[in-house]
Design a protein around this ligand. Structure first.
Ligand code: ZN
Length: 74
């Protein structure tokens, strides 16, 4: 009787831990989601290279040809 109770408690704890991990990863993904897509997308008008830079910069230098570019709206 006590053995099945122990087994039941073990299963409940295991399910609780899995639920906590799932919630933790869900929250983490939601928190990092906007910051990842917050990066500005640039496309070089000279060589056509597409790259990202910090969201607070209006103009960014192309890493390939050093040409200044405006933010690319998508
Ligand atoms: Zn370029």
């Amino acid at each position: 009787m006590s053995m099945s109770l122990l087994l039941g408690a073990y299963v409940v704890l295991l399910l609780g831990a899995i639920t906590l991990i799932a919630v933790f990863y869900g929250l983490r993904e939601r928190r990092f989601g906007p910051s990842r897509s917050g990066d500005r997308l640039f496309r070089c008008g000279k060589c056509g290279y597409v790259y990202t830079d910090d969201p607070d910069v209006d103009r960014s230098r192309c890493p390939q040809c050093r040409c200044m570019n405006d933010a690319f709206s998508y």
